[in-house]
Design a binder for this molecule. Structure first.
Ligand SMILES: Nc1ncnc2c1ncn2[C@@H]1O[C@H](COP(=O)(O)OP(=O)(O)O)[C@@H](O)[C@H]1O
Ligand SMILES: [Mg+2]
Length: 356
């Protein structure tokens, strides 16, 4: 059987002993291969996989054996697709039973991701439409409040109220713009980009977004860092968002340390044999602020998650999107003592460029 190389095979004898169990089967069931298992009762060897035991135990009781059925292995959270058949002796009697199966876990995950992507795409379209519809009335409110303010120069009360309306409208408008930015698909304009330049531009942009006050900034970019293949504008947005968050976390006092260096080659997890480890660049944005509380750390990248009264919760969602578009990675380390460090790892040249 040629394809048994990648399929799991488990066979038992009529009296319930293991006859064959290949390496894939051991691996899928999370067991260590051992020749001593052959001849042992399958209920013993597979005691940690009660679902499999149940199926094998039914093999000699069922008239119609399951063909292309699916089974969720609860103990190891895997999904297998399997076929159970009898092994017949020369008289046509069932001398044993064989289970052939495939680990479908990855297929399932991919399908799940596909479904999620479809759902997000639909949501994104709706959000984009709403944001678009809101932009004009908001601009109208702001302009008209401005006109009105000029008509009541002598009333400080009305001046104050109208000023509030204008600044609230500006805020709403900023959120709408950020939302549009978030839902719009990213089309990278890849060019040879200097990370040092990106980081300098980002500092300036962050300073214009959030007042820096007493916050110190240190920047250390490794000398002779090669240019990378990336979208200068998008990378600026990415680091602007990280720095703006750092400024906000520091609330006027503290330090933001920015570093960039060539990183160790990324290990290849794609499993394809011809993939070479890609040279990477590692950029860190670290602040000595209060840190991200552990109980929210896994949600901060979610769109609309914010702990700030005036936050949009889209900054890090956009960051993640830009990092993904560049085939990069972002990691967070944080503690109340040391503050927060976002580490962005980018390939010096994205594999995607070959497809674009
Ligand atoms: N440097 C940081 N230090 C502490 N908390 C942070 C930092 N960066 C992000 N966060 C947390 O992540 C949340 C989400 O950030 P973000 O997506 O940029 O949205 P927003 O800034 O609008 O709240 C913030 O509200 C904050 O709680
Ligand atoms: Mg933010």
């Amino acid at each position: 059987m040629v394809q048994s190389m990648r399929n799991g095979v488990l066979a038992i004898t009529r009296d319930g002993r293991i006859a064959v169990m290949n390496e894939v089967a051991y691996r899928t069931f999370g067991l260590t291969p051992s020749p001593e298992d052959i001849g042992q009762p399958f209920g013993d060897v597979l005691r940690d996989q009660p679902d499999v035991v149940r199926i094998m135990a039914s093999a000699f009781e069922l008239n119609h054996l399951p063909n292309r059925a699916e089974l969720r292995l609860k103990t190891c959270r895997k999904v297998i697709g399997y076929t159970l058949s009898h092994v017949l002796d020369e008289r046509g009697q069932a001398a044993g039973a064989a289970l052939f199966f495939k680990d479908l876990t990855r297929v399932e995950q991919l399908e799940e991701r596909e479904r999620l992507r479809d759902r997000l795409a639909a949501l994104g379209e709706m959000a984009a439409a709403i944001a678009h519809e809101l932009k004009n009335p908001l601009a109208g409110i702001e302009v008209m409040a401005g006109l009105l303010r000029r008509q009541v120069p002598d009333s400080p009360d009305l001046q104050g109220l109208l000023g509030d309306i204008i600044s609230e409208t500006k805020m709403a408008n900023a959120i709408v713009l950020e939302m549009l930015e978030f839902v719009r698909p990213i089309r990278l304009e890849v060019e040879r980009t200097s990370i040092a330049q990106v980081l300098h531009d980002a500092v300036r942009m962050a300073e214009s977004k959030v007042s820096r006050r007493e916050i110190g900034i240190t920047m250390s970019v490794e000398a002779h860092l090669p240019l990378i293949q990336g979208d200068h504008h998008q990378l600026c947005r990415l680091f602007t968002n990280l720095m703006a968050n750092a400024f906000e976390a520091l609330d006027g006092k503290g330090t933001v340390a920015i570093t960039a260096a060539a990183g160790p080659p990324e290990e290849d997890h794609s499993g394809s044999p011809d993939a070479h480890p890609a040279p990477m660049i590692v950029i860190e944005v670290a602040d000595n602020g209060p840190g991200v509380p552990p109980d929210i750390a896994d949600r901060i990248f979610n769109p609309f998650f914010t702990t700030k009264a005036q936050g949009s919760g889209l900054g890090l969602a956009i960051v993640r999107k830009i990092v993904d578009a560049h085939d990069g990675r972002i990691d967070l380390t944080s503690s109340p003592e040391h503050g927060t460090c976002f580490r962005v790892t980018l390939p010096m040249s994205s594999r995607k460029e070959w497809y674009q």
